[in-house]
Design a binder for this molecule. Structure first.
Ligand code: ADP
Length: 159
């Protein structure tokens, strides 16, 4: 059976930290679907279409990785794409506590699903989408926190 994992997140925007987790997970799975979790009642910084476009650019030469967006429960998306694994990254003990609860509840809702955690590479521990958004918003240079495939991308804020 094909080992399909989903990597759910807001990716607002997709950072070097996210990129590193996906790249390290590629040898572990047959297919990784990056799921942009999307909530029509909550305002995001970048549109879901832009976020998907940028992630597609990063993985355009990686046939195992695809991108979709989804509004609703992560476990429902797993059923939709036949995924048995949820991939997440862990930076800090705060991430661990947050992820533990989500993973345990997901397991109760859908017992066939396993959550798989990769520890962040040390250099990516401080990188968060929130900080990257702040740098972009204030006109700073966030390029060192963004995937190199996006170095010429203009990160225009959606009005
Ligand atoms: P969410 O809104 O679900 O937290 P994010 O887009 O912030 O979504 O993150 C998606 C996943 O990537 C989460 O598992 C998060 O812990 C992980 N992640 C975010 N930043 C990093 C990083 N710098 N290093 C490793 N994992 C990260």
């Amino acid at each position: 059976m094909e080992r399909v994992a989903i990597f759910p997140g807001s990716f607002d925007p997709f950072t070097v930290g996210h990129e590193s987790i996906v790249k390290r997970a590629i040898p572990l799975f047959d297919k990784i679907v990056i799921m942009i979790g999307f909530n029509s009642n909550k305002r995001s910084f970048f549109s879901v279409e832009k976020r998907a476009e940028w992630i597609n650019e990063v993985f355009k030469n990686e046939p195992k990785v695809t991108v979709e967006w989804h509004e609703g429960l992560t476990v429902d998306f797993c059923k939709k794409v036949n995924a048995r694994y949820i991939l997440r990254g862990l930076r800090t003990s705060a991430d661990f506590e947050f992820e533990r609860a989500i993973a345990q509840v997901n397991k109760m809702m859908h017992p066939q699903i396993e959550s798989v955690f990769l520890l962040t590479s040390p250099e990516h521990t401080p990188v968060t989408s929130t900080i990257v958004r702040d740098i972009i918003y204030h006109g700073g240079d966030a390029s060192m926190f963004l995937p190199t495939a996006l170095k010429n991308t203009v990160f225009k804020i959606d009005e």
